[in-house]
Design a protein around this ligand. Sequence first.
Ligand SMILES: Cc1ncc(COP(=O)(O)O)c(C=O)c1O
Length: 282
Amino acid sequence: MIYLNGQFLPLADARISPLDRGFLFGDGVYEFIPVYHGKAFLLIEHLQRLTRSLEAINMKDVLTAKQWADIIHTLCAQDPAPAQGIYLQITRGAGPNRQHAYGAQDLTPTVFAMAITLHLLSDMERKTGLSAITTPDTRWENCYIKSINLLPNILAAQQAYTRDACEAILLDNGYVTEGSSSNVFIVKNNMLITAPKSQGILWGITREFILQLAQEKNITCLEKPISESDLQNSDEIWITSSGREIIPITKLNEKIIGTGIPGPIWQQVENHYQYSKEKFLS
Ligand SMILES: Cc1ncc(COP(=O)(O)O)c(C=O)c1O
């Protein structure tokens, strides 16, 4: 069962117009919210980002926080999996024809949501870490908008996939922006470093939460540019997102990072992340 424009219905029965501007132009935004044991994690932060994304493309909120919470509850109640995610997407809706400009009158937005089971780190991956690659960041200047227009991200992720890596870390003029669907942290000399917030990256909810957790653990955190050589010579690399939490990267472009196993700062922040999740659930 999925949610589409006010209705819950089987995926196979869901229909949208071929003139939907999301389908034709990628004219829309999305969110992905982790849901643990039926409770949406950091929901307010995700909904605030949704509002920001909608405003940035001249759209208004379509549902209240309470309406979203009810939809999430209904969709997640179908599946007993302890870790799920809600994918939600809002497009500008279907116009009368295929014109780039959407005109003066608001269209009726298309609102879609579905639950997805999360596949978090396995015990083996926690011991070994995962691989990533680097590739140029060929995206536009407004990556803070969580736009459904993701072609450069898809091509980067596919490159990672074909090289048996779990993520493509994007480099803009020799500096790390973020991953194709994650933010990036490095550890150097026990300091945690991530690229500063700018219009060129998505303001990850997990990124912000990790900065808070690290501070609680008295880990020095710096939000500053990370060069390609900083990345290659780091002691630890992590990629972070709501769907994958905190992933330790132990190989970059087939070369070993740090000691080749997930590092002690990752372990410390990961433990605190899991503890904070438990506390939220209790
Ligand atoms: C490009 C990009 N950066 C960062 C993130 C991480 O954001 P969050 O922690 O809010 O999931 C995502 C998540 O989908 C993403 O697509």
